[in-house]
Design a protein around this ligand. Structure first.
Ligand code: SAM
Length: 179
């Protein structure tokens, strides 16, 4: 199994202590975070784009989650989870309307007082824009990197308030709480 996202590993104890039990891994990819949280005893829903869900069908990882869902199911699912995980998803969604749709779906499936944990690529001060930026978006000019202030500007209008964040070399992680 791929190693869990650093923010999920770091904050999982906080979420357990906060009485969180249900989790939506939104943009689950290969399900690394979903599996980790299931192993930690959380009840996990995992969602991704329909094409990624089709790839995951039949994988043994699917047996460990409550439900595997295509993103179009999230508009009406009202999962009422305690926690939404979003790692390296928001920074690859480029269109503003799609970002807002993503945030709206996250909030619609989160209970009041629930948490959104977001980990995204952050800016690398002084880094030069090069060919690798097409995939890794590592320089300050690339739009596929975000700061915690930019996350606030995108997520505050959805009724999410940041309660914690930290930076490490290439990423910023932040916890938001639904008002
Ligand atoms: C870089 S991967 C990260 C996967 C996983 N969160 C992780 O950290 O391992 C980005 C994932 O986001 C998914 N994705 C892209 N756009 C999305 C959207 N609008 N809604 C939900 N998932 C999306 C992709 O299909 C892909 O699985």
């Amino acid at each position: 199994m791929a190693i869990v996202a650093e923010s999920v590993r770091r904050y999982s104890t906080f979420f357990r202590k906060s009485q969180a039990t249900t989790v939506l891994d939104y943009g689950t990819g290969t399900m690394r975070n979903a599996l980790y949280m299931a192993e930690q005893g959380f009840r996990v829903f995992a969602a991704d784009l329909p094409e990624q869900i089709a790839r995951l069908q039949g994988c043994s990882a699917v047996d460990h989650v409550e439900r595997l869902m295509a993103t179009d199911e999230l508009t009406d699912s009202h999962l009422n989870v305690d926690l939404v995980l979003s790692t390296y998803v928001f920074n690859i969604i480029m269109e503003s309307s799609l970002r807002h749709a993503y945030a709206k779906n996250a909030v619609a499936n989160l209970k009041p007082g629930g948490y959104l944990l977001m980990e995204v690529r952050c800016r690398q001060p002084g880094a030069k824009c090069g060919a690798s930026c097409e995939e890794f978006f590592s320089c300050a000019e690339c739009s596929k990197t975000l700061t915690h202030n930019e996350l606030d500007a995108l997520l505050n209008p959805h009724g999410l308030r940041r309660i914690s964040h930290y930076y490490r070399s290439h990423a910023v992680s932040a916890i938001y709480q639904k008002l």
